[in-house]
Design a protein around this ligand. Structure first.
Ligand code: FNR
Ligand code: LAC
Length: 354
């Protein structure tokens, strides 16, 4: 019998604390760690807190709706599950548990190239989860093409091509821990993700991939207007403003700070999404007010998974969605799509202890 959800688990932070208590040191270092001094990792959360809300009174009937349009498709809400590798390291339910929680909350799940289940097995096991596939372009382009046709055949609706990992960031917590990925996943030796990802990927490859792909392509890991323009010019349907959860290059901008320039550059042509440090419904409101169409959450789903398997992931999503609805009504936006930058201002408390 599971001890959770306990009466004390009301927030994403409660799940983080509970997960920290029960995860192995190795899993904690892999999931919780970031690159270098972890300045970007910490700032991903802090950057949302540097924005204050400017609510409007009497503007929004309660429950006015969280619906958004994403890649031209109506969705009930703008929260997605970010791709995270090796979910079975966290809990035996793994990605199948995440997918069940996604289906129960009408959340799009983005499956990692390095998932601990195959794209086909997940599609067969949880057919009613809306699925996107995160693609690392492999040095073996034949294998990459096969992977793309397999995920399209199995009903995945978009490709998320991650471009911020030509090499692995220097993650010191991970270096200090012995990550027993292999053992947890039933392999006889560690999986060297860097050995298979193509470090030489170029924008011309993206153009080819878009031309070959039966699915719309989003580029994940964009932090500048320059790259957003290039993504648009090379045929992407969307960009995900992301620093990979602070795991790649330390001291790059947080998603919240990079988002405005990307929205200003391509927001009228592409769907702009953002991830990194989203822990509250108010963070989602701020992201959408800055011009994002949707947000992705990474670690919070893994904390839910660690605490209570699929039920924990579902509860984490329910908490965020309830907070989002509450914040939307209180900020006075009739519809989520009515949010704009007039609902935001620089927080007077930014820079002080919070
Ligand atoms: C990731 N992320 C990631 N991204 C990706 O494109 N492919 C992947 O396989 C992984 N794997 C992965 C594993 C773990 C343990 C974490 C924490 C993250 C990055 C992820 O998609 C997302 O960008 C961040 O996690 C978002 O930040 P938050 O929500 O974790 O703060
Ligand atoms: C990570 C890789 C798998 O962030 O993207 O761990």
């Amino acid at each position: 019998m599971s001890l959770y959800p306990s009466p004390a688990a009301h927030t994403v932070a409660d799940y983080e604390r509970a997960a920290t208590e029960r995860m192995s040191d190795d899993a904690l270092s892999y999931i919780g760690g970031g690159a270098g001094n972890e300045i970007t990792l910490r700032d991903n959360e802090a950057a949302w807190r540097r924005l204050a809300l400017r609510p409007r009174a009497l503007g929004a009937p309660a429950g006015a709706g969280t619906g958004v349009e994403l890649l031209g498709v109506r969705r009930p809400h703008p929260v997605l599950i970010a791709p995270t590798a090796f979910a079975r390291l966290t809990h035996p339910d793994g990605e199948l548990g995440v997918a069940r929680a996604a289906a129960a909350t009408s959340t799009i799940m983005c499956l990692s190239t390095f998932a601990s289940v195959s794209a086909a097995a997940l599609a067969a096991d949880v057919p009613d989860a809306t699925r996107w596939f995160q693609l690392y372009v492999l040095a073996d382009r034949g294998a990459t093409r096969e992977l793309v046709s397999a995920v399209a055949a199995h009903g995945y609706e978009a490709l998320v091509v991650t471009v911020d990992r030509p090499v692995l960031g220097i993650r010191e917590r991970e270096l200090r821990a012995v990550v027993r990925e292999a053992e947890a996943l039933g392999h006889d030796r560690p999986i060297d993700t860097s050995a298979v990802i193509d470090p030489q990927l170029r924008w011309s490859d993206i153009e080819q991939l878009v031309a070959d792909s039966p699915l719309p392509v989003l580029i994940k890991g964009v932090l500048t207007a320059e790259d957003a323009h290039l993504a648009a010019e090379h045929g992407a349907a969307g960009v995900i403003v992301s620093n990979h959860g602070g795991r790649q290059l330390d001291t790059v901008l947080a998603g919240a700070d990079a988002l405005p320039e990307v929205v200003d550059a391509v927001g009228d042509r592409l769907d702009v999404l953002v991830d990194g440090g989203i822990r509250r419904g108010t963070d989602v409101v701020k992201a959408l007010a800055l011009g994002a169409r949707a947000v992705l959450i990474g670690r919070p789903t893994l904390w839910g998974l660690a605490v209570d398997g699929s039920a924990g992931v579902q509860r984490v999503l329910e908490i965020l969605l309830a907070e989002l609805e509450n914040a939307l009504t209180l900020v006075g936006a009739p519809r989520i799509t009515d949010l704009d930058r007039s609902f935001l201002t620089a927080a007077p408390w930014a820079g002080s202890a919070r």
